[in-house]
Write a protein that binds this ligand. Structure first.
Ligand SMILES: C[S@@+](CC[C@H](N)C(=O)[O-])C[C@H]1O[C@@H](n2cnc3c(N)ncnc32)[C@H](O)[C@@H]1O
Length: 286
């Protein structure tokens, strides 16, 4: 039985040996999503692509209206635009925009007078998303290469910050929320979908680098996640949805990781360990 480990935003050792270092995590995540960006296959046809299942996540009418190049590499675990209450003219920032699916959805909602910035640390994803925007005439969307812990954006530019299955991947979640708070204008809103830990993961999963880049082992508890939001200054924090993963769902995601590849997960009970959350929060007006 794994000893209970107190998890924090930073990668740190646990009882079963060292967890991946911050540098290892960032490199593994960039490689994982760099490879995805170069793959034309559709995640909607295969649940083995990260926590994704975009056919189940977005209304069909929204999916078919979007560029297929973005849908094909969608890797989210929810739909933050569903709780973002976007209006024409707003400025939106998407943390970890990937192929741009939520940026393109937001772009429709904010219209030509609005603006959407997608931030991503993987150059291949940024290139793909920029090409998709250009080829499909999305003039109000701009993709910028950078880490969400140090965003290439001025203070107070955004009315709304969204993010879909990304903050769990960061080795420094407190810094991500601080940055989200910095780029939001007073009175602005945060709307995220993300993976949250319900119980300690089996040690083999917790220290597996591929499981981190598959959006599992970087996840932290609801208390820690919301604590990091609060510490950054957010108020009015509301968990809008918790969708708990079954054993079958989680083992499907993990089966292509190092540990899945050598069947270490075969005897594990992976039910009720993680959930996909939708959380909203606000930056006070003053
Ligand atoms: C699971 S994918 C989700 C992509 C997109 N949000 C979606 O729903 O399709 C995670 C994305 O976040 C990016 N990412 C991960 N960690 C990041 C960080 N610290 N800074 C910026 N981007 C990051 C990855 O490059 C990848 O494109």
């Amino acid at each position: 039985m794994a000893e209970k480990t107190k998890r924090s935003g930073k990668a740190k050792p646990n009882s079963a040996g060292p967890k991946p270092s911050e540098g290892e995590v960032r490199k593994a995540v960039r490689e994982r999503y760099g490879a995805l960006a170069l793959t034309p296959s559709s995640c909607c046809g295969s649940k083995t692509e990260t926590m994704c299942g975009c056919a189940e996540i977005y209304p069909k009418a929204e999916i078919i209206s979007l560029p297929s190049e973005a849908v094909a590499v969608s890797a989210g675990c929810g739909n933050p635009t569903a709780i973002a209450n976007l209006k024409p003219g707003m400025t939106v920032v998407d943390l970890g925009s990937g192929g741009g699916i939520d940026c393109f959805l937001s772009a429709r909602k904010v219209g030509p007078k609005g603006k959407v910035y997608g931030i991503d640390a993987t150059p291949e994803m940024i290139h793909r998303a920029r090409r998709t925007a250009e080829e499909n005439g999305y003039d109000n969307v701009e993709f910028r290469l950078g880490e969400i812990e140090h965003m290439p954006l001025d203070d107070h530019v955004a009315d709304v910050v969204i993010s879909n299955c990304v903050i769990n991947l960061s080795p420094d979640k407190e810094q991500v929320f601080k940055e989200a708070f910095r780029v939001l204008r007073p009175g602005g809103k945060l709307a995220v979908s993300d993976i949250v830990l319900l119980k300690d993961l089996p040690v083999e999963v917790a220290k597996d680098l591929r499981a981190w880049s598959e959006c599992v082992s970087g996840a932290v508890s609801e208390k820690e996640y919301i604590g990091a939001m609060r510490k950054a200054g957010f108020c009015d924090i509301k968990v809008q949805e918790r969708a708990i993963y079954t054993h079958e769902q989680l083992s499907d995601y993990l089966k292509d990781t190092d540990m899945g590849g050598i069947s270490k997960i075969a005897g594990m009970d992976l039910a009720n360990l993680v959930a996909s959350y939708k959380i909203s929060a606000a930056k006070a007006k003053k």
